[in-house]
Design a binder for this molecule. Sequence first.
Ligand SMILES: [Zn+2]
Length: 306
Amino acid sequence: MRKLILSAIAAVFVTLIFAGTAAAYSAENSAYTIEEVMAMTEELANSEYYSPELCMRYLEYKQQRIEVISYTVVKGDTLIGISKRFGVSLATICESNQIENPNFIREGQQLQFPAVSGLLYTVVPGDELAVLAEKYEVAYEDIWFANSLDSEELTPGSILVIPGARLPDPMQRATSLSRGISKVNYGFIWPLRGGLSSYYGLRRGSPHRGIDITGPVGAPIRAVADGKVISAGWAGTYGYRVTLQHKSGITTLYAHASKLNVALGDRVKQGDIIAYVGETGNATGPHLHFEVRVNGRHINPLTCLP
Ligand SMILES: [Zn+2]
């Protein structure tokens, strides 16, 4: 029923636009008489579903689709700068591109975001329009009209613009993810110095069992402590990875390397170069994915890095 109402309203909008452009609502050029158009406008305005303000907004969507901006990061860009240039919120860019740390972007990185503040969302199996609307605190109809939908069936992989989506403050989130962590001292050093592009914990609903440290391809990755190499080689989505066994049941894992510098069974000292940064396996851009386990259980690596 709701779908029918939406379709009917879409038809009215098309008519309104047509009527508006065709010689000032000339009855001859319109499928509807001016009286009919006026009556429909009034009906819309008085509808229990749509406020006049919503009607205007939907009319705008119909006149002009929300553009999706594709932008390639150049040297000197900051996300704040890009967001100001395009007049959208920082959260719009961060959330549309799954950027967890707004302080970090790299040259050549491809960004896509809607031309209005909101979210560029890729549909996953099981998504429902009403659930998305509730999750992002927007009107169901906003998503419907902004994307010129004609069915409630969402196709996985298709891209939706969710205008006005309520998004977390990226600066606040990055801070809360990196602070307030109680530290444990295992005497580690950083395996690589670089920006943190992803934190430990839930990432888009699935667990991220380590942290991502960015660095150029070929930058040295160092052992965080003395240890023994218990795995070194190709490991599917990890790409080339090394695992070290340290004392007290602690192991560390280093993934997505371009090249390994150690072999199974080698003994390493803290600071030894064990591999080089790459983007092998499931990685978007060169970085080190670093994990720490204590007695087989993952812990947040930031708790034990100085
Ligand atoms: Zn990672």
